[in-house]
Design a protein around this ligand. Structure first.
Ligand SMILES: NC(=O)c1ccc[n+]([C@@H]2O[C@H](COP(=O)([O-])OP(=O)(O)OC[C@H]3O[C@@H](n4cnc5c(N)ncnc54)[C@H](O)[C@@H]3O)[C@@H](O)[C@H]2O)c1
Length: 283
């Protein structure tokens, strides 16, 4: 099983460019749809940079020219018409995702597959607006896509079993490992990752231990590559607060964001991107 010969990606930001790169290396030609010409050019340049990195690392047997020749970006949705699969990777906004997916559904052929890279929104809720919900599932890639080996496949209530089988094979063809999850808030990865992070923040708030010691407990005791507080700094405290707020609304009290997290976000301590979170990020 190979990936579809042509894959469209809607939104060529941090995740979209990485997703395009992963399908490209697996043999597809890719077209990234962006909202304006400048963003389309930027997405293609980002893809070229990741192509160069793959060539330098020796992770592709193809030449740079072969890979570049199969890459395109556009602002015209009609150029995605021939895609066997379109992966949506626009910002985490339900209305925007529904808008883009319903439009692309009208452009691609009736047997094309659609997927969303949402990290938290309900696949079944998005599918409810589609005319072919059985052709739609979640394909949750991780950041940074090129070095991440996991893809969560999210099975919506109406996702066709054939699609889930194909998705598992596409992920394997990209050299990554699929985990398949029934549609539920936070899927498996965000739900577990946020649960650990929130408990670590509550422990810091209660003075149980320092941030360094809480993180070391998980890194050395449980072989996590990064402690939950350092990881929250890397992801962004605002991003984690957003997901925790959503999970709190869907799954109840155990996901209530701790006061310390709310306060730090209100103070602009967002982690690495703002220079300070649970740690200082001076460089
Ligand atoms: N960043 C992460 O760590 C991460 C990890 C997993 C999943 N996700 C999910 O992936 C999705 C994208 O996240 P991101 O970090 O790549 O965001 P991003 O802001 O880097 O990229 C989004 C892109 O979508 C484009 N876009 C916006 N409106 C558009 C439109 N109408 N048509 C075409 N393109 C449009 C933007 O120009 C931008 O390039 C979100 O759903 C997010 O939750 C993000």
């Amino acid at each position: 099983m190979t990936v579809p010969s042509h894959v469209g990606v809607i939104g060529g930001g941090r995740m979209g460019a990485g997703i395009a790169h992963a399908f490209l290396l697996a043999g597809a030609s890719v077209t990234i749809l962006e909202r304006d010409e400048a963003a389309a050019a930027h997405a293609l340049a980002a893809l070229a940079t990741t192509i160069d990195a793959s060539i330098a690392r020796g992770t592709s047997e193809e030449t740079r020219d072969d890979l570049v020749a199969r890459s395109a970006s556009t602002v015209d949705m009609a150029e995605l018409a021939g895609s066997g699969l379109v992966v949506e990777a626009v910002p985490e906004d339900l209305a925007l995702k529904v808008q883009m997916l319903t439009k692309i559904e009208a452009v691609v052929s009736a047997d094309a597959w659609l997927a969303s890279n949402t990290s938290s929104l309900s696949i079944s809720s998005i599918a409810a607006s589609l005319s072919r919900p059985e052709h739609f599932c979640g394909l949750h890639f991780f950041n940074p896509v090129p070095s991440s080996t996991l893809v969560e496949i999210v099975r919506g209530e109406r996702s066709q079993p054939d699609l889930i089988d194909c998705a598992q094979q596409w992920v394997a063809a990209m050299g990554k490992t699929p985990v398949t999850v029934n549609d539920s808030p936070g899927f498996a990865s965000s739900r577990l990752g946020v649960a650990i992070a929130l408990e670590a923040i509550r422990m810091l708030q209660e003075g149980v231990a320092s941030a360094e010691d809480i993180d070391a407990a998980m890194v050395l005791g449980y072989k996590h590559p990064v402690g939950p507080l350092r990881l929250t700094d890397m992801v962004g405290l605002d991003v984690r607060l957003g997901i925790a707020t959503y999970l709190h609304s869907q799954l109840g009290e155990r996901f209530e964001p701790p006061a310390l997290l709310r306060q730090m976000v209100a103070d602009g301590k967002l982690g690495r991107k703002s220079g300070e979170g649970f740690y200082r990020w001076d460089d």
